[in-house]
Design a binder for this molecule. Structure first.
Ligand code: SF4
Ligand code: FES
Length: 234
């Protein structure tokens, strides 16, 4: 099939504002949008700039808006988007060039919730800190996050308040708050109970719809809110 890609371009060194450029490429219906972008870059216009790495939905680096919806280009088939595809950068983060946004504000929010195991107690002699199947299950869903930012950048609360910690940071806080081996829940809940924390979430569900890992993002946020209100964690 022939597909027309309408791509938002912007080079801050040359352009005053973003503009759209069209390219026509021959693709298979089973090609991914990423394959179309690569054909454009490799054979038509080497200046087109976007991120990707694994091409298999694991690294989380090729998040972009495809026909107005946050998607990973490597997990979106051409047959599902049709023969006219509009591709734009994620919203709410500064554009570095074309489809590449500055992820640093996103990772700053991620780091703010201490996304690592906190436990100063010595581990049991000669073995790991053990968990029951039920204890591991409690936070299984939120271990699947690949930090692609599709949830946070689809959230109107984040667009309105860039200081909002955002769904992805809350998902990663959830992963440790409900881990029976962790002792940092009280500090994370204190951080998330602040002005730009979980209460900025108005249960809009864009995050859950956007997540390519099918994480129940809104439910994770609700569980963190409950933990703040009722002190439930590990
Ligand atoms: Fe991406 Fe889902 Fe993680 Fe959000 S929760 S950063 S959408 S993988
Ligand atoms: Fe790694 Fe798409 S290129 S997730």
């Amino acid at each position: 099939m022939k597909a027309t890609f309408r791509i938002q371009r912007f080079d801050p060194e040359k352009d005053k504002k973003p503009y759209y450029q069209e390219y026509v490429v021959e693709v298979e219906p089973t090609d991914r949008v990423l394959d179309g972008l690569n054909k454009i870059k490799w054979y038509q216009d080497g200046t087109l700039t976007y991120r990707w790495s694994c091409a298999h939905g694991i690294c989380g680096s090729d998040g972009m808006r495809i026909n107005g919806t946050n998607r990973l280009a490597c997990k979106t088939l051409m047959r599902d988007v049709g023969d006219r595809v509009t591709v734009e950068p994620l919203l709410g983060l500064p554009i570095i060039k074309d489809l590449v946004v500055d992820m640093e504000p996103f990772f700053e929010q991620y780091r703010s919730i201490h996304p690592y195991l906190i436990n100063d107690e010595p581990p049991p002699e000669g073995r790991e800190r053990l968990q029951s199947i039920e204890e591991r299950e409690r936070f299984d869903d939120t271990t699947k996050c690949i930090l692609c930012a599709l949830c946070t950048t689809s959230c109107p609360s984040f667009w309105g308040d860039p200081a909002y910690v955002g769904p992805a940071a809350i998902v990663n806080a959830h992963r440790f708050i409900f881990d029976s081996r962790d002792r940092g829940a009280a500090e994370r809940l204190r951080i998330l109970n602040s002005r730009h924390g979980v209460w900025r979430c108005h249960t809009i569900y864009n995050c859950t719809i956007a997540c390519p890992r099918e994480i129940q993002v809104t439910r994770a946020i609700a569980e963190v809110k409950q933990a703040i209100l009722h002190g439930e964690s590990t």
